[in-house]
Each structure stands twice: as C-alpha cells, then as structure tokens.
Write a protein that binds this ligand. Structure first.
Ligand code: CA
Ligand code: CA
Length: 246
C-alpha cells in the first residue's frame, strides 16, 4: 500500500511539473502592456511594445514605422484583462492595413520576439487577434520559426497559421477577437525560436470604414515531448513493479 502511495506521489509530482512547464510563458511582455515611445516620423512619437522587434515595410515605399502602434483600446476583454501599463492599462497592438496601397505599395508589418530554444522541445504559441470588417490584407499570420546559432532559419522548420479564414467571422465580441495557436518542435541545430504575428500585403480599403487589425496577449510555452513524458512515467511504473516483486 505504501509503495502504491509513493508511486502515486511520484506521478502527481510529474503531473505538477508538467503543469508548471505548461504555465510558464517564455515571452517577455507577452501582454504587450509595457510600451516604449518610438519615433514614427522625425519628431513624432507613438508607443510600441517593449521587448518585441517590429518591422514595417511597403513594397514600393520600403521600410516605415507607422504600420502599427500600441493602443489601450486594443487590449481589453475579450482578450485576457491585464494591468501592466503605466496607468494599469491593458495595451494591445493596432496594425494599420490602411497604411498600405497606392504609390507606396502593399504594407507588411511584423512583430516578433526571439527566445532560446532546445532541440527536440515542442513550443506552443498562443495569441489573440481581431479585425474590423473592412481591413484589407493578403494574409495575417501567427508563426514560429527556428533559427540556428547564426540567426539563419533551419530549413523547412517553421510553422505558421493563416488567420484569414476565421479572422472576420462574427463572434459578437469586440473586433471579433479570437485566440489562435501554432506549435512546432525545435529541430536539430535550432538555437532560437522566433514567435511572430504579422499582417501581410495590406492596403487601404477604397470603401473606407473600420480597418483595424488588432492583437494582444501572447504566450510561448515549452512542452515536453509526449515520448519523454511517457518514458518518465514508464520508468516510474517499472520501479514500482520491481519493488512489488521484491
Ligand atoms: Ca488584454
Ligand atoms: Ca495587453
């Protein structure tokens, strides 16, 4: 009986460790609530998320900064309600699809963060995204990429989810916000996992109207491969069985 209890305790300890691993968010400022003033055009500043890298460019106009900014109206429910902003605000990111098109060409904006990766470990990225009905984009993508120690993507290792099929589906919530998820296993040679959200090939809608693309509340978690978890469980079961025989 005591042995069974010990085995059960070991299993619960494992289950607890599993839960802890699941819960740990590897991203800094995943809530996007911490912001930094960023120069958009000479002398004009807007907040953007701290700890994240932001790249904006237009096919003809080239790199630019005004493809997104941090906004307090983009962060509240239905996304998780957090209070990390300077005035306990819940900030989100406002991508501006309407900043593309015309003489500047289509706009692409990407927000990403790099985290040290361990080959063989599975990574799960979740995040919230929503849009107003008239936002025009070729695609909107939640993605994981795996980079080697030189910062080069390990070939064919990336995973991405196109949000367009469901982004505009009316769910009755603010911005029709929904939570999305992608997952992928770090391949041999991976040193970094890059978590990203992007609007791709966006342009101003000639019809006008609301054209915001908004995102908030990202989490990147490392999950032990089921095989590793299973092996640990089997090892414990084997130990218990051997003790029972003795
Ligand atoms: Ca939020
Ligand atoms: Ca937020």
């Amino acid at each position: 009986m005591r042995r069974t209890v010990a085995a059960l305790a070991a299993m619960s300890a494992l289950a607890f460790a599993w839960g802890e691993t699941q819960a740990q968010n590897l991203l800094l400022n995943g809530t996007l609530d911490a912001t930094v003033q960023t120069e958009i055009t000479p002398g004009f500043f807007l907040p953007k998320p701290a700890d994240w890298v932001n790249e904006g460019s237009r096919t003809i106009g080239g790199p630019y900064e005004d493809e997104m900014s941090s906004e307090t109206w983009a962060g509240p429910a239905p996304t998780p309600v957090t209070t990390g902003g300077a005035n306990a605000d819940d900030w989100g990111v406002f991508f501006k699809p309407f900043s593309g098109g015309g003489a500047n060409g289509l706009a692409t904006g990407r927000l990403y963060q790099d985290v040290a990766a361990t080959p063989g470990t599975k990574y799960v990225l979740t995040g919230w995204a929503g849009a107003e009905a008239n936002a025009m984009m070729t695609d909107a993508v939640l993605a994981l990429e795996f980079l080697d120690s030189g910062g080069v993507e390990v070939p064919a290792s990336g995973v991405e989810l196109s949000l367009l099929p469901t982004l505009f589906t009316d769910n009755g919530l603010s911005f029709d916000y929904k939570q999305y998820m992608v997952m992928g296993t770090a391949p041999a040679g991976a040193a970094t996992v890059r978590a990203s959200i992007a609007m791709i090939g966006a342009q101003s809608n000639p019809a006008g109207g609301g054209q915001a693309f908004v995102v908030d509340d990202f989490e990147l978690r490392a999950v032990p491969e089921p095989s590793a978890f299973l092996l640990a469980g089997l090892a414990i079961a084997g130990l218990a069985a051997r003790r029972r025989r003795s």
